[in-house]
Design a protein around this ligand. Sequence first.
Ligand code: PEP
Length: 249
Amino acid sequence: MRKKIVAGNWKMNTLLKDGMELAKAVEKLEKEKTSDALVIIAPPFTHLSRVKELIENVKLSAQDCAYEASGAFTGEVSPGMLVSTGVEYVIIGHSERRIFYNEGNELLNKKVKLALSEGLKPIFCCGEVLEQREAGKLFDVIREQLEVGLKDLSTVEINEVVIAYEPVWAIGTGVVATPDQAQEMHKFIRDLVVELFDEQVAENMTLLYGGSCKPSNASELFANPDVDGGLIGGASLKAEDFLAIVNAY
Ligand code: PEP
């Protein structure tokens, strides 16, 4: 059975006190939710262990992880450290990591493999920039990101992965993909997962849409047969808006 998920990526927002208030509010509203979607929040690293104490139904994700397990990597946070604070998911390959920190597909593949081996579930992001879409290269870009990023994963491993399609032109811009654009790419991704893995893996794979998703547009995006939820940036910083998106299912 394919899981429905709505995940909130807080990015570099909230000081600890505000983050803890937000987590408490999300947990409270989650208990009253009307949908069966799994709710995940991804606060900044500094908040994770405190937030973990405040949530029960809501699951915890990190926004990134290191590609090495331990050692002389100043400033990095390893998957094992995340697991030790109660984190279950990790966003890998967000376009802000790809663009601002030059994270390429090979490096992201290392992160995915290490995260899985340490017991984290990756939320693996892919997405094209506007120029690539306009040049008709969008499917090639997504194919390469997924072929390389998810290379050499076993069936057991790939079954733990969630894929988030996040067109870069829609992230934080207020420009949302149309339901047809989202469905077209999600169908392409599901077919690609059949090709790279198998039918069963693809059938069970949760595919999230991300990019300016709001309470007002979530239900038409989620109505698509291959959209299994959302990765939400800006609108996840207000518990009411975030849960309104969850309840859009
Ligand atoms: C994101 O960054 O993952 C995202 C979807 O952002 P926003 O919802 O703000 O467009």
